[in-house]
Design a protein around this ligand. Structure first.
Ligand code: DHB
Ligand code: MG
Length: 229
């Protein structure tokens, strides 16, 4: 029993250390300004779930956008506009950010968040079911970076569209692909089936080079990152 107790406190200590490291990285590289904070507060007030990406993930998306010289970015699933603000701010002045949102009330909230964050000149919300809207984006393709963070069952279909709307060198990122390891196991629901299939697809598709990286607050979830060859 004493062994269990000390093992427990050792694990708690390690969790605290990881948390403190994430905090220090956030403080140093990914501090939120008023625009990002306003988006979080407005989303919370509207009753949206607090499942947005972390500041570290936001900064990582910016890093990827700049690495591929992104001028056009597509996001599938806006939530409260938090990730959209990070991504829009990585664009040059003539860049375009398009985010797809199924809920028209949330879309209006996101437009407000973009206005507060000063990115309305380049960031646009399109309302509708992503699988209905995506076919209409072909004339605006290719997108340099595509961020998938919507409902999980259609993740493999979103990947098909991401491939169709991208070019060699484009980067495709999908959120929530690790899920505490469940992203690599036999799935027990439709959401996890979508994520497991997504991981298997990007790991084996010869058109992509891919890697999942754990990078949320406790390193149990993170991004699937693919570069189009
Ligand atoms: C869920 C969805 C997300 O995109 C996320 O980042 C976390 C959780 C969810 O549907 O539970
Ligand atoms: Mg997510």
């Amino acid at each position: 029993m004493a062994q269990d107790g000390s093992e427990m406190s050792r694990l708690q200590q390690e969790a605290t250390t990881r948390h403190n490291i994430a905090e220090a990285i956030t403080r140093t590289f990914a501090a939120e300004d008023g625009g990002l904070k306003h988006a979080l507060e407005a989303a919370k007030r509207a009753g949206l779930p607090e499942i947005q990406i972390s500041p570290i993930q936001g900064k990582f998306l910016q890093l990827l956008a700049v690495a591929c010289n992104a001028h056009k970015i597509l996001e599938i699933g806006s939530l409260g506009g938090y990730s959209g603000i990070w991504l829009s701010r990585a664009l040059p002045a003539d860049g375009r950010f398009i985010t797809l949102e199924i809920n028209p009330i949330h879309a209006e909230l996101v437009r407000n968040a973009f206005a507060h964050a000063g990115v309305s000149d380049r960031a646009e919300v399109r309302v509708g079911n992503a699988l209905d809207v995506l076919p209409h984006l072909e004339h605006e393709a290719p997108f340099d970076l595509i961020f998938i963070d919507a409902d999980k069952p259609p993740y493999p279909k979103y990947l098909d569209w991401a491939l169709r709307l991208s070019r060699p060198g484009s980067i495709i990122v999908a959120d929530n692909c690790i899920r505490n390891g469940k992203g690599f196991e036999e799935p027990h629901d439709e959401g996890m089936a979508g994520i497991v299939a997504y991981n298997n697809r990007i790991a084996s598709d010869p058109r992509l080079i891919s890697l999942d990286i754990a990078m949320d607050d406790d390193y149990t979830d993170g991004f699937a990152i693919s570069v189009v060859r």
